[in-house]
Design a protein around this ligand. Structure first.
Ligand code: PHB
Length: 402
């Protein structure tokens, strides 16, 4: 039997970042992760960091490799009617940018920095029981099949959408909002230089496409596909052909050069919110509490915003015995969650092909794109959301209460 202050389930961006924030505040934690280190470090996910997410990594002293290897982007293009239209972030947001750096790179950096301090991450340890009552504990099984119990003051459920944490909450204690979109993304990671300096979001009759990147030699490319898409129907040549078609490569658009495909997969599109994000002494953060569709690359950023709120609340508790911030946790997070949900749905609806669209709906969609790329006011709203809404610190609430 062992004990810590905060037991964290999951070594993804939320769990790892929480552990670092707590450590900075002198609060002890143990991370329990069901997968092996190698697995969590190689999961390919999105790769755009909001301005404040990148700043936070720097503030925590874990941004050194990011500063060296990432690409700072000052805009994106929205492409429709075979024309690219640029949205300039610094100009529209008072100087903000985004940072292109793969989620798994963030995860690698956070793991390395934590292990370097000697703080624990228990890999290949799967939580089998979670007690969120007055004496919280988690039971987990290690790789050799041994069962252990970890007692804690609080439990942070950072174990993703399919994790054990949300499952531990009685269904009648939460309201779940679930919205599935009628398509998915077929994504590839390929050894080919980015077709453009910046990301291009494409609205095309045949469906959405996105050209993104991980470095100056590796591209990350997506095309809208069916929800139940079968990968075997997509040999490499078909993917490259479809990308060229949607990008308008033969009609003056950017040309993609086919390279070796390193990874191929289907990303489902879904919105999901669990309300509240707390049950007793169990706090959910990141994908365990909410999923956003990937258009806009908000998933990891939202997870990190959650744990910033949670870390502030736990700090107030350990410093002053103050529980107001913990009590406000769910409400504070959900305000940002819903605004981010709104933005991700807005981007998704504006850019994808919907089977049920009438010619009228299609005209409205094109008018939306025309508006957002020709009105400075509309473009500023998109840019503000894309670089990340301001983080609303709850420290003010603490001052009022103490
Ligand atoms: C990515 O590079 O994986 C990516 C970028 C932007 C998005 C989604 C995914 O909106």
């Amino acid at each position: 039997m062992s004990r810590t202050q905060v037991a964290i389930i999951g070594a993804g961006p939320a769990g790892l970042m929480l552990a670092h924030l707590l450590q900075r505040a002198g609060i002890e934690s143990v991370i329990v992760e069901s997968r092996a280190r190698d697995y969590v470090e190689s999961r390919v996910r999105a790769g755009v960091l909001e301005y404040d997410t990148a700043e936070l990594l720097n503030d925590l002293g874990v941004g050194e490799r990011m500063r060296r290897e990432s690409l700072v982007h000052r805009g994106i293009a929205l492409r429709f009617n075979d024309r690219s239209n640029r949205i300039d972030f610094p100009d529209l947001t008072g100087g903000k940018t985004v940072t292109v750096y793969g989620q798994q790179e963030v995860v690698k950096d956070l793991i390395a920095a934590r292990l370097a301090t000697g703080a624990p991450i228990l890999f290949e340890c799967a939580a089998t029981a979670i007690d969120a009552g007055d004496e919280p504990s988690i039971t987990y099984r290690d790789a050799a099949g041994g069962e252990h119990t970890l007692d804690a003051d609080f439990i942070a459920g950072c174990d993703g959408f399919h994790g054990a944490a949300r499952e531990a909450i009685p269904p009648d204690a939460i309201t779940v909002y679930d919205h599935t979109l009628p398509f998915a993304w077929l994504g590839i990671l390929a050894e080919t230089p980015p077709v453009s300096e910046e990301l291009i979001y494409v609205n095309h009759e045949r469906g959405f496409a996105l050209v993104s990147m991980r470095s100056r030699t590796i591209s990350r490319l997506y095309i809208q596909c069916r929800n139940d898409e079968r990968l075997e129907l997509w040999p490499d040549e078909r993917i490259w052909g479809e990308l060229r078609e949607r990008l308008g490569s033969d009609r003056g658009g950017p040309d993609v050069h086919s390279g070796k495909i390193l990874q191929k997969g289907v990303t489902p599109m879904r919105s999901f919110v669990c309300d509240p994000m707390r049950y007793g002494r169990l706090f959910l953060a990141g994908d365990s509490a909410h999923i956003v569709p990937p258009t806009g690359a908000k998933g990891m950023n939202l997870a990190i915003a959650d744990v910033r709120v949670l870390a502030e609340a736990l700090e107030a508790y350990y410093e002053h015995g103050e529980t107001a911030l913990l009590d406000a946790y769910s409400q504070t997070c959900l305000r940002r969650v819903w605004k981010t949900q709104r933005f991700s749905i807005y981007m998704t609806r504006m850019l994808h092909r919907f089977e049920e669209h009438t010619p009228f709906d299609r005209r409205i969609q094109l008018a939306e794109l025309d508006y957002v790329t020709s009105s400075r006011t509309a473009a500023a709203s998109l840019a503000e959301n894309y670089v990340g809404l301001p983080f609303e610190s709850t420290a003010g609430l603490r001052k009022v209460r103490t």
